[in-house]
Design a protein around this ligand. Sequence first.
Ligand code: 2PG
Ligand code: MG
Length: 411
Amino acid sequence: MLIRELKIRKIFATTSIPTIEIKLCTNKGIVRSSVPVGTSTGRHEATALPATDAIKKFALISRYFRAESFDTQEDVDFTLHAIDKSSNFKEIGGNLALGISSAFFKAFTIEAHMNLFEYVYDQCKPKWHREPKEQHKLSMPMPICNMVGGWHGQSDIQEFLLLPVQQKSFANSAALLSEVYHKIKKELKKEDKSFAYGKDIESAWITALNYERVLAILTKVANENLLKLGIDVAASGLWDGQRYIYKHDKLMRIEQLNFITELAKRFPIVYIEDPFEEDDFITHAVLTHRLSGDREGSGDSGVMVCGDDLYATNLYRLHKGIEQKSTNAVIIKPNQVGTITDTIKFTQEAKKNGLKTVMSHRSGETSDTLICHLAVGLGCDYIKLGIAGERITKINEMIRIEEKILEMKDI
Ligand code: 2PG
Ligand code: MG
């Protein structure tokens, strides 16, 4: 692969915050890769430099990528780590690292004459096999969709999510969740007089109703539509070092544990993300143990307790979580770790240890659909997305991928 041009430009995320896009021209074609921007970012994520700083760093390091001829993705990502030896890309920025890493990944895909999801699958396939017979086949993850956002309403819980119990096809799940999104709007209008169809930065509805009312509405529509509930507590944002600070309450660790346990008992919640602050592996483990069991719709391991800020897509932290049995599910966000190779390693390790895998968007997104292809190619169980507004770009890409897989099966 001959590199003809490697460029960076400042573009904007859906939150109107500047981010970066990398353009890579090779003798095989042109690819572009842009990087999302988190809002409730965890302390253990790779450093995200402001776009202007990332552009300055690019000017210093791009020659390494223009001059080299890389044979594999590992070579590209090894070079990124060789340039920045810190554990969190604090020198060049995890956003710049991911922009370069994923641009090369897409260029390798073109060279291999494959679809991106197919290339991911092809690259990872041999490493899955726990037993020789166990084949990882291309299949579609189930969507977990943000329906009501707590960020700007009365609720302290960051996201109220819905997910299907089972899936006939991704397109089917997307259709159901879209329909339900509108039903929720009507229910909110009935109960919340101040509701003016406002949406948050992930296009989830904003309401003045408290979390109990929101959960009651979601329970009603979930029961009518074979769906289950999820929440992203994003508890690090509530933690002041001693207690979880809610608008109307202050909870000690044990009180937070009981509060979350109670919520899971009262409502059909099968997915709980970041219920405790990002360094509390132990209380996560207690909750996971408490909620494990055979609850309908959550697979064989009861409620999914999922680590986002807890792991930050970091292998070292994942090992800690596995050792302490902290959670039974993980969030995967490539920009939390900075390279494609590290994202793949993290996902494979989670799968090998029986954890459910949830590939996820960020609150500030671009039109880049990399995560859709990674989720399918890596065989993730779920993909966490928005269901409306500009978020629909990724839902629609999932529909296209599913169609492609069906065509491939016909051949
Ligand atoms: C999360 C995400 C996406 P952010 O907490 O899971 O919903 O938000 O990108 O701000 O971390
Ligand atoms: Mg989260």
